[in-house]
Design a protein around this ligand. Structure first.
Ligand SMILES: C[S@@+](CC[C@H](N)C(=O)[O-])C[C@H]1O[C@@H](n2cnc3c(N)ncnc32)[C@H](O)[C@@H]1O
Length: 388
């Protein structure tokens, strides 16, 4: 009975993504060099980037994998997705742009076996919370069984407590939904509902009004595709971090860190951090307390095989093996920003005075390496090299 229900859930998902493909592009933080950098900051050794094997579980139309495959021609990429229409589109795009180090397969995560081989990096973005429990379990099992000994897995998912408020709004929109309508009409219907309800909330209920306004703001920029598959999709199962970490542990994986550190995290005071630590039996509990403070809605978690030594706090030990890239803003108020012998009235910075009126304005240095990404004044970036 359970198997039959789960099969139906996947059938519904397949039809949904075939009808409205998820046309995602490159996804921040899923590149193998990014994952390796995050892991090295926790004291882990990582597989070389050059020549690595990467698996993307639920790759949709392949945009993320194709961008990686283009920039890492010596590495090998495999993307799988349940939706044959999306895989056909991914294969077509690979052919059009002439990328040969990537392979796309229309298959379920539940059917991945040793035939695909092992991978140094496994990524699954926007899939774990959006599939039925049986597929969630299989996803973590694949991350464990198909991962090389020093490999890294990236899994993103919706989390509680933040999704309690978002779920309230989603439930309302699901109640109002008419699946027989076109995607555009369904999304408009949901937006109309949200606006009417928000307009009607009694002034006395400020908390509810704030929740609705926040959601309206979040969804105002959302694409039709995102809206359909996030808010109106049959499957969306947020999870507490602690439960996710325990499920990962049950398949022989362990939590390393978040892949993209959040600025908000740094705004939490040292005193509160110390209090949360004092309540926590281990780092996983600490992370969960942190989510309560942050009201977190989404995580991008990095996993490795259980039994490896993972530093709880970032360590500088791995930094010498990396090159750094930073966005640096010139502080034009700093006294040293003014060129000492500059005669113009500009207070712009050295080494390149940006004023077009300045006679001493520095000419571009043709011998200098091209900045990456290209410099946008007044931001200056230093070049970056891949790890490995
Ligand atoms: C929200 S989309 C995310 C797509 C892509 N990873 C991204 O972030 O752009 C979820 C994807 O998971 C795929 N999917 C759902 N169930 C699956 C399964 N059992 N096996 C493989 N892919 C599945 C869907 O077809 C869809 O492409």
């Amino acid at each position: 009975m359970y198997a039959h229900v789960a099969e139906s859930a996947s059938d519904i998902l397949l039809a949904s993504y075939d009808a409205v493909p998820y046309g995602g592009g490159a996804i921040a933080g899923t590149r193998p060099d990014y994952l390796a950098a995050a892991a090295r900051l926790r004291g882990l050794t990582t597989p070389p980037i050059r020549g690595c094997r990467v698996l993307d579980l639920g790759c949709a139309t392949g945009g993320n994998l194709l961008s990686m495959a283009l920039s890492l021609p010596e590495s090998n990429f495999v993307g799988i997705d349940l939706s044959p229409r999306q895989i056909a589109s991914a294969r077509n795009a690979a052919k059009t742009i002439g990328v040969s180090n990537v392979q796309f397969e229309a298959m379920s995560i539940t059917d991945v076996d040793e035939e695909l081989g092992t991978f140094d990096y496994i990524v699954s973005h926007g899939v774990y919370s959006w599939v039925p429990p049986r597929v969630q379990k299989a996803l973590l099992e694949v991350c464990s069984k198909s991962l090389a000994p020093e490999g890294l897995a990236y899994v993103s998912y919706n989390t509680y407590p933040g999704w309690h408020a978002r779920g309230l709004v989603r439930d309302m929109m699901l109640f109002h939904d008419r699946p027989e309508l076109s995607p555009a009409a369904r999304v408009q219907r949901a937006r109309d509902l949200l606006k009417s309800v928000a307009d009607g909330v009694p002034k006395s209920d400020q908390v509810y009004a704030a929740v609705l306004q926040e959601e309206i703001a979040t969804l105002s920029e959302a694409s039709e595709t995102y809206f359909m598959h996030e808010e109106l999709e049959s499957e969306n199962h947020p999870v507490y971090f602690i439960d996710f970490a325990q499920r990962a542990a049950a398949t022989g994986l362990q939590y390393v860190s978040e892949v993209i550190p959040s600025l908000t995290d740094t705004q939490i005071s040292g005193d509160l951090r110390a209090t949360l630590r004092s309540w926590s039996a281990d780092n996983l509990q600490y992370e969960q307390y942190f989510d309560f403070v942050r009201n977190r809605t989404f995580r991008r978690s990095l996993l490795c095989h259980a039994g490896r030594t993972v530093e709880v706090e970032p360590t500088a030990a791995g930094v010498p093996s990396m090159h750094l890239r930073a966005r640096c803003f010139v502080d034009t108020d700093a006294p040293e920003a003014k060129q000492p012998d500059c005669t113009c009235s500009s207070t712009r910075a050295r080494p390149h005075c940006h004023s077009t009126r300045c006679s001493r304005r520095a000419e571009p240095d043709s011998a200098a390496p091209t900045p990456f990404p290209p410099t946008r004044s007044p931001t200056r970036c230093c070049a970056v090299r891949s790890l490995g």
